[in-house]
Design a protein around this ligand. Structure first.
Ligand code: PHE
Ligand code: ZN
Length: 867
């Protein structure tokens, strides 16, 4: 991994978006030949290259840690005077317009701990090439605007690797005399190198057929190790549903004869959309009721859909350069969110999506790593697979959908797909397609692509009771972010509606207001009763809204707004205002929240899943985000006090809700899921009430559960509390699932997220557990990653949380820089804390920075965080 190491005298130079230049050489075809072996794989590549434009520059092939064993030019081997190494790149002097360049390298998949390029996982071999992993396999212009046709031949030991897969369609296969076999695959669609994939392993398939709208029959298969085969039905169903959905909603059909998915245990991200051969982190494939929660089931369907949808938004139309990443990721997240919304409650899905935007993206946008959804520069592209690119990117696409309406939005995507099919496009191409298809001007809207930071909207509603006129003053401000001190106003689509404060009647229809100036005033006539403002309904713009609504207004909306998101939001705001006030004063007036929760809980009309979301308090982290200086202990005390009061005041309601949500045998349906969700929430509030029987109640649920949602829900309650049953439950859970890595991850993360006082010590201890390893990204995230978002434990006043975290990140960086760098941000938020914590956090960051051989990934994250 010498490539990832920093040489101290040469600080790496940032890559700039403004420096983009078309490639000097195109590759029309590449034939790859792999002699697969975990210890030493030989890769031969034959590239048909053509000069792009009128220039005399040499062919420059990216490499990362590769040494050429041989180089051939136009059929002549050993033309050693015509090529040279320039750092990691292979530079070849060519004089004509078109040439054939052949290279041969040897790589060692079993020593690849970065999990980029060709690596071993659980005895099998697989690849990960996005963003720049292909250059760890062979020399190639490894940039997304070089689109080539790929042919792949693989040879491997047949007993060890009976299954050989690559992109596209299988062409031929056969046996060799020495116990080896071979297979050839061909992908007819030109693609960038980041979409290349191969898999060699001892795998079995769950198969199905899908017939596309135009009658093409596609062979679907999900490949796993034999012991996991029974856990693949849900993912396979989700795949079929996604394929039909994309035809119905976007008019997009699948284009190859086969579609393969492979699940692997060691994977840096969630999954990868390689053409015709998606490779997944096994956590987004494997599910059965005993081992996967409802949340896991939902995430599996969403990720399967996401990767499938990339076949059009990402593969058929790809990205010109990595600054355009949100072109495929923001759009594809928007598409998978729409898919999931259609599978169950759209309202609950929207609430979940906004919750995770606020948990991950808002803090990013407010901190040292803030960047626009189309960044202007980077050191290491892996650091830009962020909540901003993905989730804020999806919100930007959603605003286009809201502004244009579904039909015009679809006209825009049709034009975009048709025009840019087979090409590498830009965010600008996407916006221009929306404009051209609909004859609209999105000039100012484009600021969403260039300005970072979460806009803040102030909405002040005034009413003159005599005149019957209501006036709404709107103002917006976009905060400064690193490198962007001054901002211009954005286009903000704000859905709003007024309600009568006395009668509860809506006063007029919902309106879509496009706020594009810094300030605007709206007038409403014939408002005969005191109006209450419902604004940013459906979270129509990804902004923070400050209003002059009273606690009574919020309580009223939480019970009566006709937009379910706005109703949830009103309750959240009421809770947040209450909590922020009590963090400041040390004591809280909880009456209004208790009443609002009671009303929601007792409303039989409401979907149980909605109720469960609505009555949940904002997280410690989100409360902290509202405060000028985060005091984790005060926040925890205030939140616990409110939880206790809600638990006590409504104890009978919670017990009732708990009884009412007892399900029959396990069923995966929206209703059953809603019940399970509310059941765990009710158990949590009962625990907070301090009722004496909760240890027993939770333990009984833990033991009797016929599904992981109930079992983990009970375990979580126990692990957060004082009860003796906690220890027994953890032991039982461990012994029952010790052979299942995905469930063992839950065992680690549940403890890392515990609100108990002894969590920092416990987590340090767990880092020495025999089942803990940093080599597996899921396991590292389950303990270290989860600990980083446990606001109270991570920020323990003695600073041990920071020291532990830094130590783990340094060790992880040596193995897997990408995964380490991705976990770092909680430490980078030091400016938000008191002086003592600031100092301790900076010391931890400096310790990371000083560690020898730090990766470029970590260097970028840490130095930006200290700047
Ligand atoms: N492109 C993948 C996705 O979002 C994410 C990914 C990025 C996976 C980089 C692996 C490496 O679908
Ligand atoms: Zn994606």
């Amino acid at each position: 991994m010498a490539d990832a190491l920093r040489s101290p005298d040469q600080p790496p130079a940032p890559i700039l978006r403004s420096d983009y230049r078309a490639p000097d050489w195109q590759v029309s075809e590449i034939a790859l030949d792999f002699d697969l072996d975990p210890a030493r794989t030989v890769v031969r590549a034959k590239l048909h290259v053509t000069r792009n434009g009128d220039h005399d520059r040499p062919l420059r092939l990216d490499g990362d840690g590769l040494q050429p064993l041989s180089v051939g030019i136009d059929g002549v081997a050993g033309s050693n005077d015509r090529w040279r190494m320039d750092g990691d790149a292979l530079v070849v002097d060519l004089d004509g317009k078109a040439h054939v360049v052949e290279t041969e390298v040897a790589i060692a998949p079993e020593r690849n701990t970065q999990l980029m390029g060709l690596y071993a996982s659980g005895g099998n071999l697989c690849t990960q090439c996005e963003a720049e992993g292909f250059r760890r396999i062979t020399f190639f212009p490894d940039r997304p605007d070089v689109l080539a046709r790929y042919s792949v031949r693989m040879t491997a030991d047949k007993a060890r690797f009976p299954v050989l897969l690559a992109n596209g369609d299988p062409i031929a296969h056969g046996d060799l005399e020495d116990g080896c076999h071979w297979a050839e695959w061909h992908d007819p669609f030109p693609k960038p190198s980041y979409l290349f994939a191969l898999v060699a392993g001892d795998l079995v398939a769950n198969r199905a057929t899908f017939v596309t709208a135009s009658g093409r029959e596609v062979q679907l298969a999900i490949w796993v190790r034999e012991k996991d085969l029974a856990k693949t039905d849900h993912a396979l169903d989700a795949l079929k549903t996604s394929m039909a959905w994309d035809e119905r909603v976007y008019g997009r059909e699948y284009d190859l004869d086969v579609f393969n998915i492979v699940a692997v245990d060691d994977f840096n991200f969630g999954a990868m959309e390689n053409k015709g051969l998606n490779i997944f982190n096994s956590r987004y494939i494997l599910a059965d009721p005993d081992t996967a929660t409802d949340h896991d089931y939902d995430a599996i369907a969403a990720v399967v859909a996401h990767e499938y949808f990339h076949n059009w938004s990402g593969n058929r139309v790809t990205c010109r350069d990595w600054f355009q990443l949100s072109l495929k990721e923001g759009f594809t997240v928007f598409r998978d969110q729409g898919f999931s919304a259609d599978q169950g409650s759209a309202a609950v899905k929207r609430i979940e999506d906004v919750r995770s935007l606020r948990a991950a993206q808002f803090p990013e946008d407010a901190g040292p790593l803030a960047h626009p959804i189309r960044p202007d520069s980077y050191l290491e592209i892996s650091n830009f697979y962020t909540a901003t690119i993905y989730n804020k990117g999806a919100e930007v696409v959603r605003m286009l959908h809201t502004i244009l309406g579904p039909q015009r939005f679809r006209a825009g995507t049709d034009l975009y797909f048709d025009r840019f099919d087979g090409t590498a496009a830009t965010c600008e191409d996407f916006v221009a397609s929306m404009e051209e298809a609909n004859g609209v001007d999105l000039a100012q809207f484009r600021r969403w692509y260039s300005q970072a930071g979460t806009p803040r909207v102030t909405a002040t509603l005034e009413h003159e009771p005599g005149g019957g006129t209501a006036t709404l003053h709107l103002a917006q401000a976009v905060p400064p972010t690193p490198g962007q001190p001054h901002k211009l106003p954005m286009v903000l689509p704000l859905k709003l509606r007024l309600f009568g404060g006395n009668t509860g009647r809506p006063l007029g229809d919902e309106q879509l207001v496009l706020l594009s100036d810094a300030e605007a005033t709206l007038r409403f006539e014939a408002v005969t009763e005191r109006p209450v403002l419902s604004i940013n309904r459906g979270f129509s713009a990804p902004v923070i809204v400050d209003t002059n609504r009273t606690p009574a207004d919020l309580a009223f909306l939480s019970g009566h707004d006709d937009d379910p998101f706005a109703r949830y939001e009103a309750m959240q705001q009421l809770m947040l205002d209450t909590l922020v006030a009590s963090v400041a004063s040390g004591r809280g007036d909880h009456g209004a929240v208790v009443d609002a929760v009671r009303e929601t809980l007792r409303n039989p009309e409401l979907d149980r899943a909605f109720v469960a979301e609505a009555v949940l308090l904002p997280s410690d982290n989100f409360i902290g985000d509202q405060l000028p200086i985060v005091d984790p202990d005060a926040i925890f005390r205030a939140r616990e006090a409110l939880r206790r009061d809600i638990g006590r005041a409504l104890e009978r309601d919670w017990r009732q809700a708990y009884e009412d949500t007892r399900n029959g045998a396990f069923e995966y349906s929206p209703e059953a899921k809603g019940k399970r969700r509310l059941k765990t929430v009710a158990l949590g509030y009962l625990a907070a009430s301090g009722a004496p029987d909760i240890g027993e109640l939770a333990f009984a649920q833990f033991e009797q559960a016929d599904n992981m949602t109930d079992r983990q829900g009970a375990l979580m309650t126990l692990v957060n509390g004082p009860w003796d049953q906690r220890v027994a439950a953890l032991d039982i859970f461990y012994n029952r699932y010790r052979d299942n890595p995905l469930v063992l991850d839950k065992w680690f993360s549940t403890q890392a997220l515990s609100t108990r006082d002894d969590t920092p010590e416990r987590v340090e201890e767990l880092a020495g557990h025999r089942d803990f390893t940093l080599a597996n990204p899921n396991r590292a995230r389950a303990l270290v990653g989860a600990f980083g978002v446990n606001q109270r434990a991570f920020h323990a006043a003695d600073g041990r949380g920071y020291r532990f975290f830094a130590q783990q990140l340094i060790a992880l960086d040596r193995l897997n820089p990408q995964t380490a760098a991705k976990m770092m941000p909680p430490l980078g938020r030091w400016r938000r804390f008191d002086p003592a914590r600031q100092q301790a956090m900076r010391a931890a960051l400096e310790q990371i920075l000083a560690s020898p051989g730090l990766s470029k990934d970590m260097l970028e994250q840490v130095s930006k965080s200290l700047a």
